[in-house]
Design a binder for this molecule. Sequence first.
Ligand code: FAD
Length: 604
Amino acid sequence: MPSPRILVYLLRRDLRLNDNPILNEISKTFQQSQHPYTHFLPIYIFAAQQIEISGFLSSDSDRSPFPEARSNVAGFWRCGPHRAKFLAESVWDLKRSLQNTGSGLEIRVGLAGQVIQELLNAFKKESAEVVAVWMTDEEGVEEKREVRDVKEAAERAGTQFKLWNDEKYYVDDRDIPFRNPRDLPDVFTSYRKQVEPLRGAPRRPLPSPTKLPPLPPSIPSQPHPFKIPVTVEDTIAKLHKPLDANLGLSNPPLWPTDAASAHPFHGGETAGQARIRHLVSTGSVATYKDSRNGLTGLDFSTKLSSWLALGCVSARQVHEYLLNFEDGETDLGKRVHGYGKGENKGTAAVRFELLWRDYFRLATRKFGPRLFRIGGFKNDTSSSWKYLKDKETQRRVTRFLEGTTGTGFVDASMKELFLTGWTSNRSRQNVASFLAKHMGIDWRIGAEWYESLLVDYDLSSNWGNWEYLAGVGNDPREARVFNPVKQAFDYDPQGDYVKLWVAELRSLDDPQLIFQPWKMDADKKAELKVAGQAFVEQPLRKIEYHVGRNVGRRGGRGGKGGKVGGSRDGAGGNGGYRGRGRSEKPRGQSRHGKVERANEFIDN
Ligand SMILES: Cc1cc2nc3c(=O)[nH]c(=O)nc-3n(C[C@H](O)[C@H](O)[C@H](O)COP(=O)(O)OP(=O)(O)OC[C@H]3O[C@@H](n4cnc5c(N)ncnc54)[C@H](O)[C@@H]3O)c2cc1C
């Protein structure tokens, strides 16, 4: 029998069968009578620098040769429990789908370059020829390093290497209106105008592969000291094993009774596709523009970010579903208002948001390592940040992470994040602005905590948004500051969201106290059994906020909120934030620049 000729495909954040450029190519080639390879090996590697893999050690006496996968600034686990689970589910879902097309998926742990090197060496020993190694490109310093290492390993073995575009973004790389990444405008709106009309911008998704070549007859196993699990449950257990349940917090948030996750979804292409169909068939995409600023429940926003981040679905697949709905091309959403009537403000708004994702990724391409630097894309050295070095900042950061700052909206969001791995865009904006602008603390700590905890963590969207909110990224408005109390009045007028996650406050009716629980008098604190607790006794920031008589009338989802009175920083002193009502003039300087209007929502 002739020796196998193998094509290796290293998967990273392209965990889908459909609309996958590499699988599409392989499937097409396999239909032809002559193909350059006889076997195909898809492989996924849990990357040791980004995910702690010591749980995969064969025995307790083995030691991992890799340093712990912890973040640079604050030392958090880089991949916490929520994403670890979602990722494992996504990998196993793809394995099943590949098996159904006659192929499969090998799972490995380690560093990409090393794993591929070992694999190529082992195949060589068995006289099996690996004709090529293919993978898709990604932005990000580590991701580029992986590509370099894999390419070098392939070249050392005399194997061809090919890097593909993943094509999971809204506008295909081939259609971006400039070649040099440096030509990306520094303002999103300028970029958007270059690619509008958005409805016509994406390419069509690629056809699904029908049949793929078989796996090689013999596949070298994972080298010692690691062992690869044979079920998804076991994979999740191994990923969770090294993570301490409290993730280093001494007083971690506890699940409040009756609280439900807004993101109870499973990883993988199958669940991602089902989610898109659900959004179209229930009409959620058509009402998205009005609901997108919601805070609780399943369908106020698409919740597609986690699948998009891992490439379980592509943005143009989402677009295709929207097109079919708008043009009445399929029966999906037939009973929904707007079906067959062209683009509506809901579907247009989904496209708009998907373009933000593209934009942040192009900004990473443009700015490279500046994504992780304190001065950001702007290379801003003017701000004096508080760093983790000093004890007081450590104490404040801990309270921020635990969700006991004393600012209700921020605390609810931090608790929800810890417990579920997901929070709304609205609350993320407030949290980031609070840490960076109100507290003046090194914003990268927040970005790292998000990296650890978010199910939908995406390098460019996370770090780019943090930079934006910290005032060092590509926000065209200088010194934008969110007032989390005003924002809570606007978007959570009855305090339902805050009470859901800060359960101690559930018996309160007065939003002012829910959003600023430190304003409770001693009797109320005693009644709620919270007397003595830091979040009511020592708020990290007293963001005073006076409420006008119309509060709540225009509040809630998507509204800019009720009429407001002035706000004032009770903490006072040099550099305190002074928000203000719409009609007031700025009163002073914040430590990170000129004070803005108490924020209206950012245009994303
Ligand atoms: C501090 C901060 C950190 C963030 N970190 C991440 C992250 O790690 N991963 C991530 O995917 N998003 C991140 N975002 C963006 C945004 O909050 C999430 O994409 C969104 O909340 C996900 O929910 P959804 O899928 O229901 O979004 P929808 O409102 O339904 O939007 C549809 C899609 O558009 C994209 N999108 C929407 N808003 C943004 C945005 N501001 N930036 C980039 N893409 C956007 C997402 O892919 C999203 O799935 C962050 C935002 C902030 C303020």
